[in-house]
Design a binder for this molecule. Sequence first.
Ligand code: C2E
Ligand code: CA
Ligand code: CA
Length: 941
Amino acid sequence: MAVERVLTQARAATPSGGWRTMRAPDASGPAPWVGATIMLGALAAFGLAIWHLTVDRYGTASHAAATIGRIVLTLLAVVAAAFASADPHAEPHVRRGWVGIALAMLCAWAGQLLIFVAGAVGDSTWVVGLGRAVMVLFYPVCIAALLCWPQAPRGRLARGTYLLDIAIVACAAGVVAWHDLTVRGVPGERLTGALLLHGMVAGDLIALLTISMLWQRSGVGLRPSTWRGASRPLVFLAAALALHFFADLGSIILGHIATADSLAWPRALRPLAIAGIAIAAWTQYGDRAEVTAAGTRSGEAALRSSAIPVIVTFPCFAVLLLTTTEYSAGPVAGLVLGAALLSVLAFVRVGVATREAMQAMARSAAREGEARFQALVQHTNDLIVILDLDTTIRWISPSVSRLFALGDTQTIGRPLLDLIHADDRAVAERFLHSLAEHPMRATDDRGRDLFPPPQCEWRMCDGDGRWHTVDNVGTNLLAEPTVRGLVLTSRDVTERRVIEEQYMHQAFHDPLTDLANRALFLYQVGHALARGARQGHAVAVMFLDLDHFKAVNDTLGHATGDRLLVEAARRLQSCVRGSDLIARLGGDEFAVLVEGADNEEELVALADRIVAALGAPFTLRGKDVFVSASIGIARAQAGESTDEVVRNADVAMYLAKTRGKGRWELFAPHMHHAAVERLELEADLRRAIEREELSVEYQAIVDLTSGHVEGAEALVRWHRLGKGTVPPSTFIPIAEETGLIVPIGRWVLREVARRAAEWRREFERPLRVTVNLSGRHLQDAAVIDDVRDALQAAALPASALVLELAEHTLTHHSQHALERLTQLRALGVAIAIDDFGTGVSSLSTLQRYPIDVLKIDRAFVEGMGAETGLDGGTLARAIIALADTMGLETMAEGVETEAQRSTLLALGCVRGQGYLFSAPVPPADFARLVGTRGTLRAARP
Ligand code: C2E
Ligand code: CA
Ligand code: CA
């Protein structure tokens, strides 16, 4: 219990009454000259007092100078009080009080002035009378002013008590005055002066009574240590009023002795009393940093009351006793003595009872506090543990067993470190050690902690073996007799830490693949570069882009695309070392950070592994989907920044893409140039259509037997402004990548359809034109409309158009391609597979598509002919045989020699194109070709 009591003091002690203090918004005081003047005034008051006691007692003529000095001093007090009333930090009540004090001092000043003037101009009684009347006004005004203070009695009972006290004081003063004036006797001419003096003493007493009440109700004690801040002006005011009281009382008592210097002491006290008020006003600014406000007063303070009403009754009893003994020593005197004794006993009795009540109240408050603490400790979710100096657990709060399932047997007498996670033990040990070394907390003079309490976090095991992260606040109470230990107040922050970690993870990771995100990647690259520079090892960055991901997303949907990305991330992870960092930079872009990439072969081997891993088919929704990866590798050169390395990897990746995809490129400085060039090319290509830089050439397709022109393949050409003709092998891949191939393809379709219709009319022959259709264009839903519109615009029958598609476009986007091709075929156009034999399409794939023509790739035709025998044509033979069984037409590309032509004919391929017949030529040349001869076989012998 003792422990809890101390902890009550340490933790739960909240101010339950009295004064509240708070920081003032600003702490500017009065001008320094005010203080200096008041100090000078106070010194002058001292001088005056000394003067009274030395020179004045012999009744010299400089009495007038002393009076003038007092008048000036009083005026100073008026000014000081007025200043105090303007104290911006004071409470409104207090400021009003100071206004009152200023007025009261003004009354005193005016009174003094009038009396002095009266004395100077010769004795004019009514002026003296007026002066006295004004001077006496000091008391009601001063008392009213004091009642403005926030501690003044409010409420009926308190006011009642106060009035009763005033009545007692007035009554006692009246009794003594009556005794003094009548029994002792005062000569007639001095009666007014004596009455006035007695009235002033009564006034002094009531003022003292009032201020002592304020004093007690504000919790200021008799010990000077309690005279702090806002209570300091009260203390000086009380002192000033007390001096005033003694001066007045001294005047009455010493007045009876009536020697020349008998009044020197009371006179000496008066300037000091006035100076006291000025100083009180000055100290109103004393603690400028504090504003005071009345709090609710505790019951105990209300019980305390001034001793003045009790004390003032004693002189009454004294004069009563004196008088009775003077007149009759008989039974009346005994009765009076008995009555006086009884009254004293009754007073003592009341005093003791009040004291007892106060003690009972204090005890009950303490009990209440303890009960409150008990309840707090019982129900708190904080764990409170008291440790011995050697960190053995001595006491635990009930919450420890409630929340951590740890009973006394598992804790008391055991070292706390046993419950702490092995990894955190060193930290905890250091923390407890430092806590033990720094005993009490350092506090400032207002009891506030100078330093925040020491705090530390560690993992702690509960009774079920689970780990919790706890945040601990330590207090060293070794010196506290009731505790003598280290107190830890701990809070379970496990959930908060988990959430924080989750937030951190989310901020730096890609939610889909859980790989690092761009931010974390760049951050780590920066660190790796710094580490590499320090430790002298190489750092490399790889940029990875999936090659046909967009198609997968477009055709199979985003959910499937996401699955592919997750699988790609998994494959990537299986390729790299544990120390390499993989990141997803966004979309289908990944990156790998390789530290210690000193060996270029290893780096290349890693890139090869990744290309192979991502080149293998992905099985999505039961289908095999092919996406490859283009990789750019950049090795950091000395002094290169993160941005530079990353940009280099990007450039290399770009090049890997343009150089055919599904491959890697190692960055070399010249690549920058290539990359810039490519960007320019791209920009120019965008404007090629509107600048009318595109044209179409036609390569005749002939009957291999007769050489008869049956149609033509349309091949697009780009005459780039100022740069000559750009080969399709350069710009077609870029157009495909950027999507520009769609408008280009649309333009080609319209252009070719127009020409074809023209020629068919001109030559009255069923010429068939073949147009290359990009896989990218096929993905676009608009392709159907594009073809239909081109045919309609040119009034060309659909049967006159053949659309060529490269074999690989079919293998990639199977399902979608199938639907589009079926729709196209429904328009009436024929479908040809270009470059057949270079892709990996299987027989089953072929069978699923609506195909009319297989175009045997130039590579197979090349190997044919007399010189090389029929070996090179083995594959061509197989293709032709295959087409035959499937009922497809075959057509040979790149026929350059007579031998090739005859071989093809022998194998059963009857149609073809190539330089043997004609190179691709502009439309006018092609028209001439068809118009003049119509048969191209004779062109070459
Ligand atoms: P491709 O469809 O295989 O076109 C045939 C290519 O072979 C043409 O190259 C042509 O000039 C060339 N060629 C024709 N006969 C011979 C020959 O006897 N020997 C040799 N060595 N080559 C011959 P070109 O015009 O450079 O076109 C290259 C590729 O660009 C085309 O290959 C095609 O895939 C693409 N392409 C051309 N025009 C278009 C177009 O309008 N749209 C689309 N999507 N692609 C096009
Ligand atoms: Ca073609
Ligand atoms: Ca071809």
